[in-house]
Design a protein around this ligand. Structure first.
Ligand code: SAM
Length: 275
């Protein structure tokens, strides 16, 4: 059988992958970090026993966090990524020529260090001259920012440990202040099979603050249940009204202009969480 890693979603269900080798296992100041060489998915980053990203399917999540809001905004120049220490979202953000500066704020420098070492195809863009990397608490950073960003992307861990504050209404109010007058934000908001309450709560909290609030999904095989959601809060721009000419040609493996719109078509039981 060999050795298998299992992320337990409930007491009765988990996702599992065969491990070739444990490349690293340590306690950082904030969380347990493991880097696993898996047979099926390549190198896999695990924090507090939850899969964060894998070499084989990372592109789905990172493209969908970045390109849906960045194409919705007509001219994104300043982008902030909260969390995202593996560098995947930053790599996608930099594909947009209009972006002059992208700031990454992850609370845990060890995630950045180990991602650079073991996930070079994901973390490689962190050394790009347009990128500023800060090791800091995203909640505090947001609280101190005002009208600075065109787009803010929240690529955080689940709402446990250091990320608890990143799922609060106070945080979304801070994001609204940190955004310019036509700014957009997106946060990963987990899966509707096991985290329906969380999605409902976040969606309605965001809706109280942002005039345009939308939920969209993507299929991510190594995240529990595979069906993943993203919540978008936008001050003006509507992701469903992006004009065809806005979609400049960038290299992707999952995102397409057709999928941009299609990702907002929700299964009924998911749509009900937004009502
Ligand atoms: N894509 C993954 C997912 O959906 O499971 C998450 C990626 S992982 C890189 C998330 C990052 O959020 C971690 O590196 C963690 O250190 C960071 N993080 C957690 N709480 C944070 C906080 N309060 N401020 C900044 N970064 C935080």
């Amino acid at each position: 059988m060999g050795i298998w890693f299992t992320e337990k979603q409930t007491a009765n269900f988990g996702i599992t992958a065969k491990i070739n080798e444990t490349l690293a296992a340590l306690k950082t100041d904030f969380q347990d970090l493991q880097m696993l060489d898996t047979e099926e998915w390549g190198n896999m980053l695990v924090l507090d026993d939850m899969v964060m990203t894998t070499e084989k399917d990372e592109f789905v999540y990172h493209e969908m966090v970045a390109h849906v809001p960045l194409f919705t905004h007509p001219n994104p120049k300043r982008v902030l990524v909260v969390g995202g220490g593996d560098g995947g979202v930053i790599r996608e953000v930099l594909k947009h020529q209009s972006v002059e500066k992208a700031t990454l704020v992850d609370i845990d420098g060890k995630v950045i260090e180990y991602s650079k070492k073991y996930l070079p195809t994901i973390a490689g863009s962190l050394d790009d001259p347009r990128v500023e990397v800060l090791v800091d608490d995203g909640f505090m950073y947001i609280a101190e920012s005002e009208r600075e960003f065109d787009v803010i992307l929240v690529d955080s861990t689940e709402p446990v440990g250091p990320a608890v504050n990143l799922f609060s209404q106070g945080f979304y109010a801070g994001i609204s202040r940190a955004l310019k007058d036509d700014g957009i934000f997106v946060a990963q908001t987990d899966n509707p099979w096991f985290k329906a309450d969380l999605i409902y709560q976040v969606f309605h909290d965001v809706k109280e603050i942002f005039p345009v609030t939308k939920l969209y999904t993507a299929n991510i095989p190594t995240y529990p249940s595979g069906l993943w959601t993203f919540t978008m809060g936008s001050k003006i721009h509507n992701p469903l009204k992006v004009k065809e000419e806005r979609f400049t040609d960038i290299e992707t493996k999952y995102y397409t202009p057709e999928l941009h719109f299609a990702s907002f078509a929700l299964p009924k039981f998911v749509k009900e969480l937004t009502e």
